[in-house]
Design a protein around this ligand. Structure first.
Ligand code: MV4
Length: 492
């Protein structure tokens, strides 16, 4: 039985894992880097160890060092969280060779699903619908042209060793193919050390819908419904929700059947996510499987009442799944907003600096998974995501209203965040009615108009604050006139 876990991660997910471990009576060990010396995840855990310098490659990705810490601290297991080493088969292998449990799937599942072509092959063999495309890597330009002609433009070039959008190139016509193929291949080589690229028909206005699965070591597997992750910007997800707003029972049945088939076909164990694209006619196509706990897992927890991290740990301990499929039901609706430290008025550039005021929304059906606080310096070395705001409602419109209220109660000063972008999406009629695709932000987000509206709302906020002060403070008559002077002023 696991009595002590090393959490090989940082930020909100490290805290999230520690929280459940504590509830289960399991001790936790955190690792941290030089720039994370004051990071909250360190102090949540029972113990913490310096893994190395600030760059991830010198700390959170130091495989041997992390395993050594786990052994010295007397851990029986390592939880990788998401990102970093979570989908690294070689790491999982080393963890197991050291006599530790890897809280995740087997080395073989990670390896198979990490190879996007192998994953597609397995999906195809199991009768799961795929987009038309090449089943082997593109050998040369001539082969690429033949394939593209056969499928029809636009096509999408994808990295076999990749996923998540890296190394992807949309090709609209043959004339662009040569150059884009070189770019995709070299980006794939740089990012994944694997230059293999394949071709797929490019689906123009899809929804991005994924199925959460959980499998134990006794051959049982269940799904915990779907998440709609279509609202994203340049492959960075902004809003996720469950259930998907436009899902019907028939499509859900087909998609969850397919997801479970694939889960069983790869002898899966633990938490996994099967990604699909869904077109406007309701056809769905398998994209890839993510062999980890995902960032957006809390919306699934909110509608199912299941603690996915608890299940992961119990599964690693060899326990059977505690519920059967028909005991897992959807209650209500949940939406997650990712809060990034980015300047929405400046092309989403990273917003660095110190948080001088931090006030999280609180209340029933509001959950904030965060790793920041007042006086916290946002380090430049890692992902810019500061927090996740998760709300639950009786139905979707209830959840959207609660999201709007929660955003209004979330105050972060000192750096720019994507909170106002969340409000923009939540207020948009096409979000409310569910008529959107992965291009929602690209289509509706007008940078110039946005810049103006942010300035205006900042101005209104300052005028309201000034008016409140005037109403509650005694201001000498002569100063009052001075402040009235601001009323007629134009701000641009
Ligand atoms: C696609 C696609 C359209 N057609 N594949 C993005 C992440 C990775 N898991 C796979 N992704 C996509 N694959 C085909 N054949 C659309 C996406 C996609 C996307 C593409 C461009 C811009 C934003 C996107 C957001 C979600 C999914």
């Amino acid at each position: 039985m696991i009595e002590k876990i090393l959490v090989a991660n940082r930020g909100e997910i490290a805290r999230r894992i520690v929280r459940t471990a504590k509830q289960m009576g399991i001790k936790t060990v955190a690792i941290y880097s030089v720039s994370d010396e004051q990071a909250l995840h360190r102090f949540d855990a029972d113990e913490s160890y310096l893994a190395g310098e600030s760059p991830s490659s010198e700390s959170y990705l130091k495989q041997e060092k992390i395993i050594e810490i786990a052994l010295i601290a007397g851990c029986q297991a390592i939880h990788p969280g998401y990102g970093f080493l979570s989908e690294n088969a070689a790491f999982a292998e080393k963890v197991e060779s050291a006599g530790l449990l890897f809280i995740g799937p087997s080395v073989e599942s990670i390896r198979t699903m990490g190879d996007k072509l192998a994953a597609k092959q397995l999906a195809k063999a199991n009768g799961i619908p795929l987009l038309p495309g090449s089943e082997i890597p593109i050998a040369d330009l001539k082969k690429a042209k033949e394939m593209a002609q056969f499928i029809g433009y636009p096509i999408l070039l994808k990295a076999a060793g990749g996923g998540g959008g890296k190394g992807m190139r949309i090709v609209k016509q043959e004339g662009e193919l040569d150059q884009l193929l070189r770019m995709a291949s070299s980006e794939a080589h740089q990012s994944f050390g694997d230059d293999r690229v394949f071709v797929e028909k490019y689906l123009e206005n899809p929804k991005h819908i994924e199925i959460q699965v959980m499998a134990d070591q006794h051959g049982n597997a269940v799904h915990i419904f779907e998440r709609d992750c279509s609202i994203q910007r340049r492959h960075q997800k902004v809003i996720e929700e469950s259930p998907a707003p436009t899902m019907d029972l028939d499509l859900r049945q087909k998609m969850t059947d397919a997801a479970l088939k694939l889960t069983k076909a790869c002898n899966y164990r633990g938490a996994g996510t099967i990604e699909f694209l869904v077109d406007q006619t309701g056809q769905f196509f398998f994209l890839e499987m993510n062999t980890r706990l995902q960032v957006e897992h809390p919306v699934t927890e909110a509608i199912s009442g299941i603690d996915l991290v608890r299940w992961q740990i119990d599964i690693a301990n060899g326990k059977p799944l505690p519920l059967t499929q028909d005991q897992i039901t959807i209650k209500g609706h949940s939406i997650e907003l990712r809060v990034y430290a980015e300047d929405t008025t400046n092309n989403f550039s990273p917003s660095l600096g110190k948080i001088i005021h931090y006030d999280e929304p609180v209340g029933q059906h509001i959950r904030v998974d965060s790793a920041v606080a007042k006086d916290f310096d946002v380090p430049i070395y890692y992902d810019p995501m500061l927090a996740k705001l998760i709300v639950w409602g009786e139905d979707r419109s209830d959840a959207i209203n609660r999201l709007k209220q929660a955003i209004a109660q979330y105050h972060i000063l000192g750096i720019d965040t994507t909170l106002p972008l969340g409000l923009f999406v939540a207020n948009h009629p096409d979000f409310e009615n569910g008529h959107y695709s992965t291009h929602f932000i690209q289509t509706h987000f007008d940078s110039a108009a946005w810049h103006q509206s942010i300035r205006e709302s900042a101005l209104i906020a300052s005028l309201v604050a000034a008016a409140k002060r005037r109403a509650t403070m005694h201001i000498p008559q002569e100063n009052r006139e001075l402040s009235d002077h601001w009323k007629g002023r134009k701000f641009s």
